[in-house]
Ligand binder design. Structure first.
Ligand code: ZN
Length: 275
């Protein structure tokens, strides 16, 4: 199923619109998103066969599909092509960093550029569905509720000035964009091989497949969960492929009035205006 945050209410996306989860289940699920994410299998079973009432889908009302994560974790240098363009070595451990929660935003709206060195990074983002502690590659996917599209906006001057402590440069307001909704894992033919990309004013700048990740998702969750505990609703940005502005010669960063469209295959697209 596709689970959206429509005006703060858990909503199932269907052809022609959305169905409000709390209404359709007589309050058994929702309207808050996190409790739905934590019981995603039960919710999918409850919504199976529900065909209405269908409400209009208003894209402007869409918020982040997981609006209240206890943590937002991101992985750097997880595509060889991107590590190369950044001039950074591929690490032997996941280069994990935090994006602070105040950076979270949804799939539409305006991003205020704090400088002229803000970059884009399309990423496949995992929404954690259950407590994830010391998982194995074999059961790692069972802990993922779904996949959403993400932008890991990055202020490169702050990022690189802070001794490679990436968190601040990647946590300005709106710098953790997610959406347009979360698609559950069962909807993907192969959740380890999903297309992702983004375009600026219609020009495609990143276009890749998640199968090119260096540390694959099962191994990533195994390593991370051996150290930290992930909770339902937590977000994991899994790394960005080649094509960022910093990798160009000369570097080409986001400018006011540009429109950035970000997509993940099987999920959908986000649209953000730069200001
Ligand atoms: Zn990133």
């Amino acid at each position: 199923m596709r689970l959206a945050n429509s005006g703060g209410r858990a909503s199932m996306v269907v052809d022609g619109g959305i169905i409000d989860v709390a209404t359709a289940t007589d309050g058994a699920f929702g309207p808050d998103l996190t409790s739905c994410i934590a019981r995603i299998d039960d919710l999918a079973a409850a919504m199976d066969g529900v065909s209405g009432p269908v409400l209009a889908l208003d894209h402007a009302s869409l918020g982040p599909p997981s609006p209240d994560p206890s943590q937002i974790i991101a992985i750097g240098m997880n595509y060889a092509s991107h590590a190369e363009e950044m001039g950074l070595e591929v690490p032997s451990m996941p280069a994990a960093f935090a994006k602070f929660r105040s950076a979270l935003t949804g799939p539409v709206g305006t991003i205020s550029l704090p400088s002229d060195t803000v970059d884009y990074e399309v990423e496949l983002v995992l929404v954690i569905g259950r407590r994830t502690e010391a998982v194995t590659p074999e059961n790692a996917w069972e802990h993922v509720a779904g996949i959403t599209a993400g932008q890991d906006f990055s202020e490169r001057t702050v990022q690189m000035a802070a001794g490679r402590q990436f968190a601040l440069g990647k946590s300005y307001p709106g710098f953790a964009a997610t959406g347009p909704w979360m698609t559950t894992i069962d909807e993907f033919a192969d959740p380890s091989d999903v297309g992702l990309g983004c375009s600026i004013d219609g020009v495609v700048v990143q276009d890749a497949r998640s199968s090119d990740m260096i540390i694959k998702i099962p191994e990533l969750l195994t390593i991370l969960s051996g150290i930290i505990t992930l909770e339902p609703g937590d977000l994991l940005y899994t790394g960005c492929p080649a094509g960022v502005g910093m990798g160009k010669n000369p570097p080409t960063y986001l400018k006011p009035d540009q429109e950035l469209v970000t997509w993940v295959e099987g999920v959908g697209e986000m649209r953000h205006q730069m200001a």
